[in-house]
Design a protein around this ligand. Structure first.
Ligand code: PLP
Length: 355
């Protein structure tokens, strides 16, 4: 795709969002310095604001969400420790096994159909304190849960997990790539939602629309260690203020419009649920991710996405028969209506149509 079509509806991911004109202006005008020496005023402002918004002691700008999660896992574990995470979580499936390859930790899988772990599921996979067993060090939650379709943790459930994990000396990290989507859907503040978590990673570059960057938030002690590992992993950047300037706008302004993405996702879900041969429980869609099953069309998910593409509708396959639509600031209601029109056509003209 060298030149995208004017009416392209890109539902592959909220990572495809482009910086707004206000972000580009702020980037051009950003005051900068060498952030490895803590001298970039714009990065310092972004880190201060992120810490304030989450009511944590400190924050750190990191190049990617993957590096943020890896840094947190590295801080909270020793080589040979286990990290409890959900089977389809991002840290387990989409981070190149960095927790093992780099941090030396092992994922220990818990499974929840909706991606949302309970203490009962976590407790069942904690290793006994026996010297010849590897030891559990960390629980990693994902809110919203990407591969389960943007599902949410009720805050009381997060608090319950944190209290019980802390009682047995485990740390709890949140992969909150889309924590602001969760906050908008729940009508709660990210500070209240994450109060008892030991560390949180969130992305500026997803639904918040910044071109680059994620944040870690936590205690000053955690962030001091995180800064060392960021440098060790090659993420100590210099005049990063040009990126942080866009991040500041993403952080302050973008959460205000996420409800539009959720309304569009609910619209997509309601319509998809009425399309013969596509399977989706629309009531499970609460944020900006819609995942439906296309097996009955006779196409697999790759083939289904390929059939949408000539109509300038882009989607991603997330499993053999699972297709994902993600709404974001660069897709409007008219685009979603066109996506539904095309999806309906594709689903009705498949191999087994009329069979
Ligand atoms: C995108 C994503 C990440 C990592 O983000 P990158 O910036 O692409 O490294 C982590 N967790 C979840 C749930 C994500 O969706």
């Amino acid at each position: 795709m060298s030149t995208p079509a004017a009416n392209l509806v890109d539902l592959r991911s909220d990572t495809f969002t482009k910086p707004t004109p206000a972000m580009r202006r702020a980037m051009a005008e950003a005051e900068v310095g060498d952030d490895v020496y803590l001298e970039d005023p714009t990065v310092n402002r972004l880190e201060k604001r992120a810490a304030e918004i989450f009511r944590k002691e400190a924050a750190l700008f990191v190049p990617t969400g993957c590096m943020g999660n890896l840094i947190a896992i590295k801080v909270w574990t020793h080589h040979g420790d286990e990290v409890i995470c959900e089977e389809r979580s991002h840290v387990n499936l989409y981070e190149l096994a960095s927790m093992s390859a780099i941090a030396g930790a092992m994922p220990r899988i818990a499974r929840a159909d909706d991606g949302i772990l309970t203490w009962k599921k976590i407790e069942a996979v904690i290793r006994p304190k026996i010297y010849y067993d590897s030891q559990t060090a960390l629980v990693c939650l994902e809110n919203t849960h990407n591969m389960a379709g943007g599902t949410l943790y009720p805050t009381a459930q997060v608090n319950d997990i944190c209290a019980k994990a802390h009682a047995v000396k485990l740390k709890v990290h949140l992969d909150g790539a889309r924590i602001f989507n969760a906050a908008v859907a729940l009508g709660e503040s990210v500070a209240d939602m994450t109060r008892n978590l030991d560390s949180v990673m969130f992305c500026l570059s997803k639904g918040l629309g910044a071109p680059v960057g994620s944040m870690l938030v936590g205690s000053q002690e955690f962030i001091d260690k995180a800064r060392i590992y960021r440098k060790m992993f090659g993420g100590g950047m210099r005049q990063t203020g040009v990126l942080a300037a866009a991040g500041l706008i993403a952080l302050e302004e973008s959460p205000k419009r996420l409800h539009e993405d959720h309304a569009n996702a609910k619209y997509l879900a309601r319509e998809i649920a009425t399309i013969p041969n596509l399977v989706l429980d629309a009531s499970t869609v609460e944020t900006n991710i819609v995942i439906f099953d296309c097996e009955r069309t006779g196409l697999n998910a790759v083939e289904f996405c390929e059939a949408l593409q000539p109509h300038d509708i882009l989607a991603l396959d997330t499993a053999l028969y699972s297709v994902r639509f993600v709404t974001h600031c660069d897709v409007d209601r008219a685009g979603c209506e066109r996506a539904i029109h095309v999806t309906r056509e594709v689903a009705s003209k498949t191999r087994r149509a009329g069979a």
